[in-house]
Design a protein around this ligand. Sequence first.
Ligand SMILES: Nc1ncnc2c1ncn2[C@@H]1O[C@H](COP(=O)(O)OP(=O)(O)OP(=O)(O)O)[C@@H](O)[C@H]1O
Length: 397
Amino acid sequence: MSDIIDEVISSFRTSSIFVNREYLMPDYIPDELPHRENQIRKIASILAPLYREEKPNNIFIYGLTGTGKTAVVKFVLSRFHKKFLGKFKYIYINTRQIDTPYRVLADLLESLDVKVPFTGLSIAELYRRLVKAIREYDSQVVIVLDEIDAFVKRYNDDILYKLSRINSEVNRSKVSFIGITNDVKFVDLLDPRVKSSLSEEEIVFPPYNAEELEDILTKRAQMAFRPGVLPDNVIRLCAALAAREHGDARRALDLLRVAGEIAERLKDSKVKEEYVHLAKEEIERDRVRDIILTLPFHSKLVLTAVASMSSEDNVVLTTGAVYETYLNICKKLGVEPITQRRVSDIINELDMVGILRAKVVNRGRYGKTKEIGLAVDKNIIVKSLIESDSRFADLWG
Ligand SMILES: Nc1ncnc2c1ncn2[C@@H]1O[C@H](COP(=O)(O)OP(=O)(O)OP(=O)(O)O)[C@@H](O)[C@H]1O
């Protein structure tokens, strides 16, 4: 067994394609962030009062996924931190990962060196301890709350409200917030008091276009790939494909990395355009698979119903027809069905995550109806369903 591991490690070490693939990973923050100079300048100037140990304004940052929001914020804060050592502390929390009010407060406390038990305290008690910790803390504190929309949608904005009030409970104002979201409509969900307090400054990150993505990829590729293995047309293709998907730099980097990995797997000495197309399929397959594996059981049944009725990708179905098939499937499996109303909600949820397409169309005097179809390859859906639960194998028999 250890031979296999040694073999894998040694081929990784002697990769003919990569110098270091880490430079293409999503959490690597490069030294340069091309085409984000304006946003860097703006955030840096808002945070500049930290130099005099004064509180900067709170900032709200919007932009679609992969537009560099997290990278830019971390970049500016870490540069500031190096320059003004000891003048402030910054705490980064991704509220999609640290995903309960308890854990957010506990994480803030731990970052201020206050140990708290993993569970067991009330939110009010945690908050009281946080106020005390901040009161006793000597310098400014900058708290970054990333993917804040996910958190507020799951709970509500109580904790944001509490946090936004924290400066009024400590002796001098010293906590600043940077909220990051990729849902532009998100602020409308917030209590107006929270909204006005947290968005003293607003910054929008526009999507990258194909040329900008090309520059970004070129810089990162210079560090990640061996010289001569990556032709320009491959970078151009990754940039063009990602630009079509709302200018997502993460997607562009993933395409490039996976295309390189495919070249490596095939023991090719160069990355080719065809590997980018294969990479696109591989990434899409993984994304769909990850979503399907974690779906609730009845959502999988609804998806099975739609897939079983879709002989081709573009077949259009109605909610009523899907519900009929769903009822038959429930009968076959001996499970209690849920209502048509709930199935209709599930169809909308599957549309939101991009597995189904559900469009409401107005049929004039026949009223409104929903047209439903698969949004991704049927084979990937069926394979993932069977992988997630062996009972689905019999249905496709
Ligand atoms: N201008 C840039 N130069 C180099 N790399 C970049 C640039 N912009 C984004 N990236 C890289 O693209 C990836 C995605 O960026 P980032 O995580 O900052 O996006 P985001 O806007 O925060 O997305 P999300 O909303 O999904 O969290 C990261 O690997 C990041 O380093």
